[in-house]
Write a protein that binds this ligand. Structure first.
Ligand code: PXP
Length: 239
């Protein structure tokens, strides 16, 4: 069975729409954990469009499972991570104009900077995961940085239309999982996964944790967060 890392960014998106205090991602994280999530993921973006520094600080004290902080590999974010000490940092690329994270890190081109960042975080006692596309060369480069995990970017699979395109992307994910495990990397996956497309990915096996946000929060607006999390945890039993 794979673990669910519940991403609560979009609870904060709704709060920020009015600039007030509700809904609170801290409350959402607690409900998510009670419903079976085994980790809480937040992305502290440089523009603070959803999660705020205050959320990170409070969640550090309230989360009972595992705090996974997604962040860009910048000086500011590394300083914050080393102060707050989440159990895991997932390094992601970040562009201000994007609606959401648009692709994986280019670990080949940015090898030195990413390796230095991985070392600083690991020296601070934080496990490091690199969000990358399911490409073999990226996985080999990720391994060389000393990272503990990769998170396979499943966005291209989620966006693929039609069986042929989907199965092509699934094959890439499958090859990536196998190669990463062979070289000793732990494997997480996420982006664009929902209650339908998750099934083929869990069937591949080999993924420890799925980081899922949008589809769960979207379902929660209609059926409630407790039910939405339980429904996803149930699907992950088949991994
Ligand atoms: N993993 C990473 C690295 C992400 O940046 C995101 C989006 O914040 C997710 C997983 C979750 O994606 P989604 O909201 O589409 O489930």
């Amino acid at each position: 069975m794979a673990k669910l890392g519940l991403n609560v960014d979009h609870i904060a998106t709704v709060r920020q729409a009015r600039g007030g205090m509700e809904p609170d991602p801290v409350t959402a994280a607690a409900i998510g954990e009670l419903a079976g999530a085994e980790g809480i993921t937040i992305h502290l973006r440089e523009d603070r469009r959803h999660i705020q520094d205050r959320d990170l600080e409070i969640l550090r004290h309230t989360i009972k499972t595992k705090l996974n902080l997604e962040m860009a590999a910048t000086q500011e974010m590394v300083r914050i991570a080393l102060e707050v000490k989440p159990e895991q940092v997932t390094l992601v690329p970040e562009k201000r104009q994007e609606l959401t994270t648009e692709g994986g890190l280019d670990v080949i081109v940015n090898a030195k900077h990413i390796s230095d960042t991985v070392k600083r975080l690991r020296d601070g006692g934080i496990s490091v995961s690199l969000f990358i596309d399911p490409h073999q060369e990226q996985i080999k480069a990720a391994h060389k940085t000393g990272a503990d995990y990769i998170e396979i970017h499943t966005g291209k699979y989620a966006d693929a239309i039609g069986w042929a395109a989907q199965s092509h992307e699934l094959d890439n994910i499958d090859t990536a999982i196998k190669l990463a495990r062979k070289v000793g990397l732990g494997v997480n996956a996420g982006h664009g996964l929902n209650y339908t497309n998750i099934k083929a990915v869990t069937a591949l096996g080999g993924v420890e944790e799925f980081n899922i946000g949008h589809s769960i929060i979207a379902r929660a607006t209609l059926v409630g967060l407790d039910r939405a999390v339980r429904d996803m945890v149930e699907l992950l039993k088949y991994a």
